[in-house]
Write a protein of this length. Structure first.
Length: 265
């Protein structure tokens, strides 16, 4: 019987422990003897391969579930594709086509329950998200309120950014005020509404030639109709409140106080 010797820290001397090979089944003993005699050295070695990457998507999915994003988007086929787009966007900032290629290396089927798909399927998922955007925002807002355990927020932060586009076919793409130094590029305007802590509550996309103040009315509508807030403090930079379109707040019937802030540095 083979034996191994390990130091005994308690007794200050070596102490042997049997491996118990005599308890192995006969077939196992025979394989072990052949291995020791070198009879198995000529066996072909199977080519190693790497399975799909599992951990990254699993962790991101768990975070999405904790935030309530999975439940808000839904568990339909299009909902799963939309969730994939959200999760994949964090580690991989690319096109829909590149997202499909990225998915080939990750456990999309095992973690999200998605079989094969292509970029056309992802564009259908985006169309579905667009059609359900307000309902999804309402579900997330209710969860946000439940998590806070407090009355609805009264202080809202709002700002816009410009994103330029490559290509020519985009229904919102227009030439407008150039902030990115990308002359000759179509662009879109994105308005983001958050709470006082900067947690996103709603987002809207506008045509690229839309001025900042004219986007405010849509945010007021969201606050009033979707979030059922009647009194608020609306905080934006001075470009939001310097012109008459800001009057959309007062025309909406909301009690509001405007705060003219300088540009952040």
């Amino acid at each position: 019987m083979s034996r191994a010797v390990f130091p005994s820290w308690r007794r200050g001397r070596g102490e042997s422990y049997g491996w118990g090979i005599h308890r192995w089944p006969a077939a196992g003993l025979e394989v072990f003897r052949r291995l020791l005699r070198g009879e198995l050295d000529a066996l072909p070695v199977q080519e190693l391969f790497q399975g799909p990457i599992f951990g990254l998507l699993l962790v991101l999915k768990q975070i999405a579930e904790q935030l309530g994003l999975t439940a808000a988007i839904g568990h339909s086929a299009l909902g799963k594709l939309a969730l994939f787009l959200v999760l994949a966007r964090l580690p991989h900032q690319g096109s829909r086509l590149s997202a499909v290629r990225w998915a080939e290396d990750h456990a999309v089927n095992e973690v999200l329950g998605l079989s094969s798909f292509d970029e056309d399927d992802l564009y259908l998922a985006l169309d579905d998200l667009c059609a359900r955007q307000e309902k999804i925002e309402q579900v997330l807002y209710r969860r946000y309120q439940s998590r806070r355990g407090a009355p609805p927020p009264r202080l809202f932060l709002y700002d816009v950014i410009i994103s330029y586009l490559e290509g020519e076919k985009n229904e919102l793409g227009e030439f407008g005020y150039d902030r990115d130094g990308k002359r000759g590029k179509l662009q879109i305007v994105i308005g983001l509404l958050t709470d006082a802590e900067g947690e996103p509550l709603a987002v809207r996309v506008f045509q690229g030639n839309t001025s900042d103040p004219t986007t405010v009315a849509d945010q007021v509508k969201i606050i009033k109709e979707q979030f059922q807030v009647e009194e608020l403090v609306f905080v934006g930079d001075r470009g939001m409140v310097k012109s008459r379109p800001f009057g959309g707040i007062y025309q909406s019937g909301l009690a509001a106080r405007s705060m003219r802030l300088g540009h952040a540095r």
